[in-house]
Design a protein around this ligand. Structure first.
Ligand code: SF4
Length: 311
């Protein structure tokens, strides 16, 4: 079976060996974050809909999991905001009931949790990883560039309500953009919001790969320590690269070689590679991460996006 909605499994920095479920077309999202690795949002929306047929997604899941592969997580993530899919609750319930041995994670911008119905729909998921990049309205607008109806105050309130109702784990992610959300003032606001939300974990994320804008820098390790200290949450983690991604069994040597061979012939974007190799862009991204980290390929910013080149 050729999968349309599943990708991977790929080694994830936080979730180990993770099978991705992509529930929305590229790039359907309620945000247009300046750091988004999937490119600019082309469908900026808060409209929940059955972007892909729920039954077809479930059929692929049943087929893939029928062989009981080893996975650390089944993760709702991909080309945009997964909670925009109106069938996410049904899909999660199906996995819980049919394959209870697997754990599910949801990577989300958290913007739709103002709606009690949305919060109820994610009850079957084991771990929710929502983002909260800023608390002040102006910084939130600059980083996340949301749909006009979404406010920083609303997102915060939604996460507070979710935490009260949700029985699983909540790992809050903050994407650090130097110059925007690392000021003393914003860190103080974030500290307050974290104390109110009470997540199980707080993780700081930084740019791993060029984003939409070219001026975002990566904070130095001491700077991240200062930020973590200012947020006042015990054991804040910095989401780091996977030192041995290439050793993870789910990585295929053939795919690595195909990517290297393709790039050797001509520089390619992630989308180019995805089309040429018939792989989901997120899967290609994971391989690209390893190859860049290993110094086997380099990046070049062009008008059409980031091109990967042989070194
Ligand atoms: S919320 Fe996620 S998918 Fe949406 S624009 Fe931001 S980083 Fe990209």
């Amino acid at each position: 079976m050729v999968y349309q909605y599943l990708f991977g499994p790929v080694p994830s920095r936080r979730l180990g060996v993770s099978l991705g479920i992509d529930l929305v077309p590229l790039k359907t999202c309620s945000y247009n974050c300046i750091y988004c690795e999937c490119g600019k949002t082309t469908d900026l929306t808060t409209e929940r809909a059955e972007y892909y047929p729920t039954d077809a997604v479930i059929r692929e899941i049943d087929d893939y999991l029928s062989t009981r592969p080893h996975l650390d997580f089944i993760t709702f993530s991909g080309s945009g905001e997964p909670t925009l899919h109106s069938g996410i609750g049904r899909i999660a319930r199906h996995i819980r009931e049919t394959f209870p041995e697997y754990r599910m994670a949801l990577l989300t911008n958290g913007s739709l949790f103002t709606d009690p119905g949305m919060r109820a729909e994610v009850a079957d998921i084991h771990v929710i990883v929502p983002s909260l990049d800023a608390v002040s309205e102006s910084v939130f607008q600059k980083i996340d560039r949301p749909c006009h109806s979404i406010t920083a105050a609303g997102v915060r309130a939604g996460l507070v309500a979710l935490r009260k109702e949700f029985k699983g784990g909540m790992w809050l992610e903050i994407f650090i953009i130097p110059g925007l959300n690392d000021t003393d003032e914003e860190l103080l606001f974030l500290r307050d919001a974290i104390a109110e939300i009470r997540p199980d974990r707080v993780q700081l994320n930084t740019l791993d790969r060029p984003g939409i804008v070219d001026w975002i820098t990566v904070p130095a390790a001491e700077e991240l320590e200062r930020i973590a200290g200012a947020l006042g949450f015990p054991g804040i983690e910095v989401v780091g690269g996977l030192a041995s991604r290439s050793d993870i069994a789910s990585f295929s040597q053939d795919v690595r070689e195909s990517i290297l061979g393709t790039i050797r012939r001509r520089p390619c974007t992630i989308d180019d590679l995805s089309r040429i190799l018939g792989l989901h862009p997120n899967e290609v991204r994971k391989y690209i991460d390893t190859l860049v980290a290993d110094g086997q390929i380099g990046e070049k910013r062009e008008e059409r996006g980031i091109f990967y080149v042989s070194l």
